[in-house]
Design a protein around this ligand. Sequence first.
Ligand SMILES: *Cc1c(COP(=O)(O)O)cnc(C)c1O
Length: 377
Amino acid sequence: MPDDPVPADARATGQVILRVDLDALAENWRRLAARAQRGAKGTECGAVVKADAYGLGLAPVARALLEQGCASFFVAHPGEGQELRAIAPQARIFILNGLPPDACPLFAASRLIPVLGSLPEVAEWAGFCRAQGARLPAAIHIDTGMNRLGLPAADLFSARTLMADFEPALAMSHFISAEDRSSSRSRRQIELFEQARGKLPPMPASLCNSSGMFLDEPPFLDLCRPGYALYGGNPIPGFENPMRRVVELYAEILQIRDVEAGETAGYNARWTAPSRRRLATLNLGYADGFLRSGAEARPGVQAFAGGKFCPVVGRISMDLSIIDISDASPLRRGDRVEILGPHISVDELATRSSTIGYEILTRLGPRFRREYVSNGQ
Ligand SMILES: *Cc1c(COP(=O)(O)O)cnc(C)c1O
């Protein structure tokens, strides 16, 4: 696959190719689902598909996961939940950002499960259920240190009283730094979560995001909520990635030119040729999520072309970027260049861009030609 030419129609429209391997995604979910079962046979593996399934496309990703038997999904916004409901009529859909004011009817109409994170949210859901005469399900978010969303321990008693009016479907909390396996924070959060659960009626519980599932003693509990690892991100930075690659991104060479020592390239002349160099201009820029800050970061972003890693030189423009192909085997206008793929992982590009893979994925641009590969096709 990496040596395929850019398809003729994509070349004609000037599009960068984003390939999403739905088979790899499905296998990643199966691996995580098997891992979740190490805790207890009944532990369920859900999927976090917020932000358009981390930029990969909600509909194709959700369909592939449904096919594997995934039955519980998490999104951030109720609007995302409505979109998912149309694709997944039977699934449980949790709304991580909680309950906006006056949104109860919308939640009920689409059977969305709010992850209630404050007393006003709990009270509003309870009041709505009372008025409807229906104990609708809701999850309870317990804050164990993030101070972002979730009920503090002091509010649990009041929440408990209100919970009589609805169905407490899940107690959950979120790790602050689960990707750091040696951090004592995760252990502390697990303790706080268990203490908090003791103050609430019995209900299923969930703590693990992707990295949480790879802690030394992961609290798999009843339900796991992986996102990043499903999409091929490494849940254990610094160790070999246990997940399969899902995303590949290929730009195209628009022009090739030779520059002499001392010439500059790109806006504000931020790069000066140290010697005679051969440069290629690519059809990929910051409007496509190829972060402008990436070229400024150290060790700096690179592409893979002509059998070599080729550094990006100069500033990344909105629609274009420039790479140094002097050391690569001969390349031509129209040749394809790997930005993400077998040689460059999402985590690698992120590190070189001074960010995290989550941001790389969720910024993947709207202009790409998206190709979804399934059953090897
Ligand atoms: C985004 C999110 C997840 C998924 O996290 P990953 O690190 O992508 O696996 C799980 N739980 C909550 C509350 C989240 O916001």
